[in-house]
Design a protein around this ligand. Sequence first.
Ligand SMILES: Nc1nc2c(c(=O)[nH]1)N[C@H]1C(S)=C(S)[C@@H](COP(=O)(O)O)O[C@H]1N2
Ligand SMILES: [Mo]
Length: 524
Amino acid sequence: MAGTILRGALAGLSGGLAMLTLMLLLRSVAGVPTTAELLGDRVAALIPYDTFLWLLGAFGGYNSFKQIGIGSALAGQLGLAVVGGIALSVLSRREMAGTDTAPLWGIGRRTVLTVAALTTAAWLVVVVALFPNLDTHYFGLAPGVATIVTIVSLAVLLAVFAAVTVFVFRLLAPAPVSGDEAGVSVVVNPGRRRLFIGGAGAVLAASSGGMLVRLYDRATFSYDGMQYIGPNLEPITPNERFYTVTKNVVDPRVNRALWALEVNGLVDRPQTYDLGRIEAMSSTEQETTLMCISNPIGWGLISNAVWTGVPMRVLLEEAGARDDAVEVVLHGADGYSDTFSFEKAMEPTTLVAYRMNGEELPQRHGFPARIIVPGLYGEKNVKWVTRIEVVDHDAKGFYESQGWGPDFTVPNRSRIDGPSLRDPIRAGAPIALHGMAFAGNRGVRAVEVSTDDQRTWEPAEITYEGTALTWSFWKYDWQPEQAAEYEIAVRMVDGDGMVQTSEERGTAPSGATGYHIVTATVVA
Ligand SMILES: Nc1nc2c(c(=O)[nH]1)N[C@H]1C(S)=C(S)[C@@H](COP(=O)(O)O)O[C@H]1N2
Ligand SMILES: [Mo]
């Protein structure tokens, strides 16, 4: 029995390694999603946000959470492969002991059929379970085509798994085999066969290891969560310093020639755009600030850029969106999706943007095109967009399905950026306090500073006004006369006359509110 199990385990492991190698190859050279990524995205969308945040904390942050998730999914897949191999071995042994029908490739006939049926069933289960995410294609194929490519790839991967497992199982037959009824002739001694299997296994393990390392080098771990904060903030954030947030372990690397943007759903004339067609349309340049919903008070998951693009409304009109349209669902090449109201989609400032500060969109900010939707949190600004789907109901995007929201309107926000108040200040010395204020798409009308525990508020000077869609920068000249500890707070008034709320609210589920407060120590 031990021999049966070992033989099956080795066969299953070989099949699993072959499948893993091919899967990583398809991911690297063809942009096909791995099962680990698909499973991760599928599961992440089902986890309630509080559990999700707890998990992030327990695993030491988003980055290690992603690594552990992907690592265990890959290991789990290999484990299942080994279990499959053992099942094959045990079934075949039982069958061969109990019948005298001629075996097929040295395996019981019924076992061969069972393997084929189980492999097909596994494929169906995977396709059904992961269906919402199968439109992922990291090189940017439009979702319809991408879904077919993923389904076919999964079939090929499982077929390779089954074929290699059966092949190795046969090679590991206890007695030397010399030809058989299927006409396949294998006349090698067991020692040589074992050497061959060991060698092939080592090559597979080494190549999948190598590809994992290459993908790891391209992973988002080094830049996911990058803030734009600290000294030297410019009103327009340089592209390479723009804050970055992504759900991905390895971001899309969209191929311009493969990429297409579909506009479909509740439309009379579904459209497919390539980049050239979009670039040929008349474009809008628009300065817009983005901020992540999970940007705590005082943090820097916020940046500002000049975006060039086509109003989404133009595309929706070209496609003939129907009257019963309620929302648009925006799909990204990474399988991400998010939604907003059809009304919002028709606002002239909602763009499909393809340039950032005059350059083509950087890869990590959504090359070749992303959504820009002023007034809503960053997550609604879908990157690597491949599909605009018009729907007649309230659909939920990636984070909304975790329970974030329901309101994704950016509330009034302000921040003190400097000077650094860590060192004591001399009484009587002038200090130029400065910082940022942001009100989504409502504009910043005024900024006020308090240096006395919020008893009195004084107007700050706006040093960069921006537009209704951007942040503003402010400055406040302060000269503390007495040695003491001072609590400095900032608040702002938006274009509608609404004063920023002092109510302290955490980031989940609708984004943080409250004042940014810093303490300054003034000495004689
Ligand atoms: N396709 C896709 N779009 C996406 C995301 C993503 O993971 N995938 N993340 C969203 C989130 S949560 C934010 S805050 C913004 C960040 O955009 P940036 O990285 O260009 O600053 O992108 C949004 N768009
Ligand atoms: Mo975000």
